[in-house]
Structure formats: structure tokens, C-alpha cells
Write a protein that binds this ligand. Structure first.
Ligand SMILES: Cc1cc2nc3c(=O)[nH]c(=O)nc-3n(C[C@H](O)[C@H](O)[C@H](O)COP(=O)(O)OP(=O)(O)OC[C@H]3O[C@@H](n4cnc5c(N)ncnc54)[C@H](O)[C@@H]3O)c2cc1C
Length: 333
């Protein structure tokens, strides 16, 4: 397919209450990329009620906002969303589409690519635009993160990329910023939605939601084993946070690899990241350095983690963490 416009689209996913769950962060790099492509930065929202998300997209820099709303979109289903987004792509034929690599985004992006017989680059962590061709150069890790490759999909449009969560930071919202709003209508027949969601069971364990956590207590080789993580879990519990780990700890099997932060794991940007017994290797730091406040607890005063920490405690984590827990409990009492 050829592109009708040079616009760069960002798919902004919303929750059932209509608030954005991913995509606002992508408007930030999207602005520069759209400028380089010579098009408008366009937020695309599909949902039950899009008003809150429309406002947020305008405030976060979208030039245009295209929406499709309706009851059938209140909760994500593959058929309804791929039908609606496919309809918009067919109509507007944008140059590029960025989609956050949430569970739904990872479902939606390849379906759109397949429908339009175009390329997709998954799990991207950086972008450039080739000046001569307008091709989007997508950077993504391969071979367990040991290499970063640059990929292009030159043959067709739109170019589609799914983007690793928490790779980019949302820009500060500019209140009452205006954007062109286009409300489209696309109705999906109920009987063409093949997936029926009978019940949604939220995983109440905050541990499962590392990427959304506001507080992360992370442990490395310095935890010394599973026992060290019991202590960190206690700290996480009193703070209302989630436990994560460095690769040294996940490789040892002290904690599941789903908790790994870094180049081969998850990228996170919580309000508070407490690194306990973690040296601060580059491959770890690249996954957490966007945290608002970083606290490092390490017995080696020369550990590189202190170079990026906002607060550092030089000491044995088995003494520091229990004292920390006691202080938090006292403050909360
Ligand atoms: C291709 C590739 C990809 C990688 N991807 C990742 C990745 O995604 N994530 C990741 O984390 N790593 C990754 N790594 C590994 C990375 O290079 C480091 O080896 C790893 O992060 C080190 O983990 P660590 O800091 O827990 O251990 P170490 O580097 O061994 O550091 C342990 C720290 O604990 C401190 N310590 C020890 N005992 C105590 C105590 N009682 N109290 C306080 N401090 C104590 C020590 O002073 C030390 O600083 C990758 C490596 C490669 C080659």
C-alpha cells in the first residue's frame, strides 16, 4: 500500500474507564519523527468513551486526534479493534504507525501489518528517519539483548512498529493545548466479534505489574539468595511496591526471570527505584535509569550504581533494609 499522507500515527490504548494506558509516551518521540517525515503527529484512539484520552493526547503534543467510539470498543477485542483501526488505515493511509507493546498492542500491530501486507518491527527501543527515503529506522534488541539492530520496512506503507513499554517518557502536559479532532464512525456487528470475554480477573498481585509499578525494590547478587528477596519483599510490601531483580539474581534462579530489569528484561520508570546489592552494570541501568528517584544500597562505595543514584546508602543491605522497614512502619503507624 502507498501512503496518502506523511502523518505519523500513535495508537493510544485506553482502559475500560477511558483513561490512556499506553501511547502518550510515544507522542514524545513521535513529534520529532513526524516532523522529519514532514507530516502531522496524529493520535488514534479507539474506545468506549474517548474524551479523557482525547484531552490527554492534545495536551501531550498531538497535532491531530482521530477517534472511533462506541460500546463495542469499551473493552479490547481483536476483531473490533483490528476492524476499526484497519478502517482508519485504509481511509487515511498514514506513513507510519507506532503502537505500545502492551498485550493488546502486540496483538493489534501484526494484524494491521498483515492486513495491509506491510512490514512490522516489534519491541523497538529507538527510532530515526532516513532523510532521503522517509523510511523509519527502528532499533531493537536481538540475541538476548547482546546486539541492537536497525530495521527498515522500505517496500510498503504504513511502516508499523511496536514499542517496548517505558522506553520513552511522556512529555509534560501543556494544559488546554488544542488539536484538530476527527471523530470517525465504524460499527462492528456484534456477531463478527469472535472473541467473547466472559470475565476479567485482575491479578491482584502487584508483583505481576512491574511496568506499571510506582515503587520498585530491586535486588541483585548482593541479596545472596532467595532469603535476601524475602527481605526485599517485606520492604516492597510496606512501601506498596513490587520486587524486581538484576540478571545476576534471575540467572541464579532466586527470582523468576519475569522480574528482570534491563537490556534483556523490562524497562521501567517508577517514581521510586530502590536498588539493593546491585552494582549498576550498563545492561541493568538502561532498564531503570528513567526512574524519578533512584536509591542505591550497596556495601561498595565505588559501585557504579551510585553514579546514577539520587540517594545512596553505603552499607550492608541486611542491616540497612531492616532498619528501613522499621522506619517506614513507624512513619505509617
Ligand atoms: C548481553 C548481556 C545482556 C545483559 N542484560 C542484563 C539485563 O537485562 N539486566 C541485568 O541486570 N543485567 C544484564 N546483564 C548482566 C550485567 O552485565 C551484570 O552482570 C548484572 O547486571 C550484574 O548484576 P548485579 O549488579 O546484581 O551483580 P554484581 O555486578 O555482581 O553486583 C553485586 C553488587 O552487590 C553488592 N553487594 C554484595 N553484597 C552486598 C550486601 N550484603 N549489601 C549491599 N551490597 C552488596 C556488591 O558490592 C556489588 O556491587 C547482561 C549482560 C550481557 C552480556
Amino acid at each position: 500500500m502507498y501512503a496518502k499522507s506523511k502523518d505519523l500515527w500513535v495508537f493510544v490504548e485506553t482502559g475500560e474507564d477511558g483513561s490512556p494506558v499506553s501511547g502518550l509516551d510515544l507522542l514524545n518521540p513521535g513529534k520529532e519523527l513526524a516532523g522529519k517525515q514532514g507530516g502531522a503527529l496524529t493520535a488514534v484512539i479507539i474506545g468506549g468513551n474517548n474524551e479523557a484520552a482525547e484531552k490527554a493526547c492534545a495536551e501531550c503534543g498531538a497535532d491531530k486526534i482521530i477517534t472511533i467510539g462506541g460500546e463495542e470498543y469499551a473493552r479490547y477485542t481483536t476483531d473490533a479493534y483490528s476492524g476499526a483501526l484497519g478502517y482508519l488505515v485504509e481511509k487515511y493511509r498514514p506513513e507510519t504507525i507506532l503502537i505500545g507493546a502492551t498485550a493488546n498492542g502486540r496483538d493489534l500491530a501484526p494484524r494491521i501489518a498483515s492486513r495491509f501486507d506491510t512490514g512490522i518491527v516489534a519491541d523497538c527501543i529507538g527510532f530515526e528517519v532516513e532523510e532521503e527515503t522517509g523510511n523509519l529506522v527502528c532499533m531493537r534488541p536481538i540475541s538476548s539483548g547482546s546486539m541492537i539492530v536497525s530495521c527498515i520496512c522500505p517496500g510498503s506503507r504504513p511502516q508499523i512498529a511496536s514499542v517496548r513499554l517505558n522506553t520513552f517518557k511522556k512529555s509534560a502536559p501543556s494544559e488546554n493545548r488544542a488539536a484538530e479532532r476527527i471523530r470517525e464512525k465504524y460499527h462492528v456487528q456484534a456477531d463478527s466479534i469472535r472473541t467473547v470475554i466472559l470475565e476479567v480477573i485482575n491479578n491482584k498481585s502487584a508483583r505481576a505489574n512491574l511496568e506499571d509499578a510506582e515503587i520498585i525494590v530491586s535486588g541483585g547478587r548482593g541479596t545472596g539468595g532467595e532469603g535476601g528477596f524475602v527481605l526485599l519483599r517485606e520492604l516492597a510490601d510496606v512501601l506498596g511496591g513490587v520486587v524486581a531483580a538484576s540478571r545476576a539474581a534471575t540467572d541464579e534462579g532466586w527470582i523468576p526471570s519475569s522480574s528482570l530489569i534491563g537490556q534483556t528484561g523490562k524497562s521501567v520508570a517508577p517514581k521510586l527505584y530502590i536498588a539493593c546489592g546491585i552494582s549498576g552494570a550498563l545492561q541493568h541501568v538502561c532498564g531503570m535509569s528513567d526512574s524519578d528517584v533512584i536509591v542505591a544500597i550497596n556495601r561498595d562505595a565505588n559501585a557504579p550504581i551510585f553514579e546514577i543514584a539520587d540517594y545512596g546508602v553505603v552499607g550492608d543491605m541486611f542491616k540497612v533494609v531492616p532498619a528501613f522497614i522499621e522506619e517506614v512502619k513507624k512513619a505509617r503507624a
